[in-house]
Design a protein around this ligand. Structure first.
Ligand SMILES: Cc1ncc(COP(=O)(O)O)c(C=O)c1O
Length: 427
């Protein structure tokens, strides 16, 4: 049984119940020899998520808004999911949560609305060279509408510094678009600090939480951000996306809607039909996280939100230990690691690590790992600007391992053995 003593300063020292949790992910038992280290491209889902999706399809696979019991049940399920996602985000009002297909289409929806509101006085949009292109191109596409794009660039240590953002901000800044955690480098960004800097000049902040979702606690009220987007498939749910925005911001945002639809969130955002079964799956994924939190905390009478807080405290500590072990393995085999690479700084990142073996083609290494049933990703990670900054070719890019709390030290040992043999071989 793999148990890691989660012993980072200030965090729980309780052993993390990884095997109990793994037992809830049927896909892990279905492919017992596969090491899933490509979770940034999609997490496996716990049994409760399967059950929620299946129940929807069996019991209420109908349209909302009817008077019969199955349709009434869909309305109830969507309302429950909205409340549950609001809890996950610590939103003060569930109407601030909208459901849809994925993160990119939501970023586009918000950016198009902002594009329509641009005036000459405040037309600067700040983007970063750390982000997934979904949170860059959607904003640069506003240039024909009069936006001026301002780049907040990483320093040579591949980190974003608030001190570099501040001089870029002025009364001309409309919005700062950035990620809470890099899907490629695993870097964490200080969301409240970025938001405070944006607000200090009267600008808004847009947080891409797609990669951060399974790794850390989101708190839109403490963060005080203006918009935030997430994608279910990285956070133990099937494919779907959700957008959160401050209610007054969503109210003023121009969106497309049929003209009889109320000009109010969430209706003005959620035009058309979204995938109800996957939204039910997202709610079940959050309940799985609540149960995880409940299992690692002893405080009686804790609220659902308290359980989420406990879950992410435990996940952060356990994942930091996974990061530390992976970084040690990569160092041992002479890998070039892009991003925070010091094992002692593992708590400053999530266990998503971009690397290369010097002189070796990432695609060939990924294939050889795949031949040993170790699933990793190679390529550009949908981040052309980042590849450019790292001096990497779009056609080959780098290797990425991305772990979640259901991964284990034993899996890292297997990765270690196979990567070590590959690193020592001549081709
Ligand atoms: C950080 C980040 N932002 C945005 C996206 C795009 O998300 P979606 O596929 O839901 O549009 C991804 C996808 O991998 C991502 O990792």
């Amino acid at each position: 049984m793999d148990m890691i003593a989660a012993s980072l300063p200030g965090q729980s020292t309780a052993a993390f119940p990884v095997e109990t949790l793994r037992a809830q992910f049927s896909a892990l038992a279905h492919a017992p020899n596969t090491v899933f280290f490509d979770n940034a491209a999609g997490a496996q889902v716990p049994q409760a998520v399967f059950d929620a999706v299946t129940s929807h399809l069996l019991e209420r696979n109908v349209q909302r808004g009817g008077r019969y019991k199955q349709s009434v049940a869909v309305d109830a399920s969507v309302a429950d999911a909205r409340e549950t996602v609001a809890l996950f985000l610590n939103a003060s009002d569930a109407a601030e949560v909208s459901f849809g297909m994925n993160a990119t289409s939501f970023i586009r929806l918000v950016s198009l609305g902002i594009g329509q509101m641009l005036d000459g006085a405040r037309n600067e949009i700040v983007v970063t060279d750390l982000d997934h292109d979904a949170n860059i191109s959607t904003w640069t596409a506003l240039e024909p509408l009069g936006a001026r794009i301002v780049w907040w660039r990483m320093r040579d240590d591949r980190q974003l510094y608030i001190e570099d953002l501040e001089p870029l901000l002025s009364e001309k800044t409309r919005l700062v678009a950035f990620t809470a955690a890099s899907h490629a480098l695993g870097t964490l960004v200080d969301v409240p600090a970025v938001t405070a800097a944006a607000h200090a000049v009267g600008a808004e902040s847009f947080v891409d939480c797609v990669h951060y979702g399974p790794h850390g606690l989101i708190d839109v009220q403490a963060w005080d951000c203006d918009y935030l987007v997430c994608s279910g498939y990285k956070t133990f749910s099937p494919h779907m996306g959700f957008l959160w925005g401050k209610k007054d911001k969503l109210r003023t945002l121009p969106t497309f809607r049929e003209d009889f639809i109320p000009n109010e969130p969430p209706f003005k955002i959620e035009v058309g039909t979204f995938v109800y079964e996957n939204v039910a799956g997202m709610a079940a994924a959050i309940r799985y996280l609540e149960a995880l939190g409940q299992s690692v905390t002893s405080s009686a009478g804790a609220s659902r939100r308290d359980h989420l807080v406990a879950a992410f405290d435990a996940i952060r500590a356990y994942e930091a230990e996974l990061s530390r072990q992976c970084l040690q393995v990569l160092h041992r085999h002479g890998a070039t690691i892009y991003g925070v690479s010091d094992p002692a700084r593992a708590s400053e990142r999530v266990p998503t690590i971009l690397f290369n073996l010097p002189g070796r083609a990432p695609g060939a290494i990924a294939q050889q790992l795949a031949d040993h049933d170790i699933a990793v990703r190679d390529g550009h990670m949908f981040a052309p600007r980042l590849m450019n900054r790292l001096g990497l070719e779009m056609s080959s890019g780098a290797l990425r391992i991305s772990l979640l709390h259901y991964n284990t030290p034993a899996e890292i040992e297997r990765f270690d053995a196979v990567l070590g043999a590959l690193a020592r071989s001549s081709s």
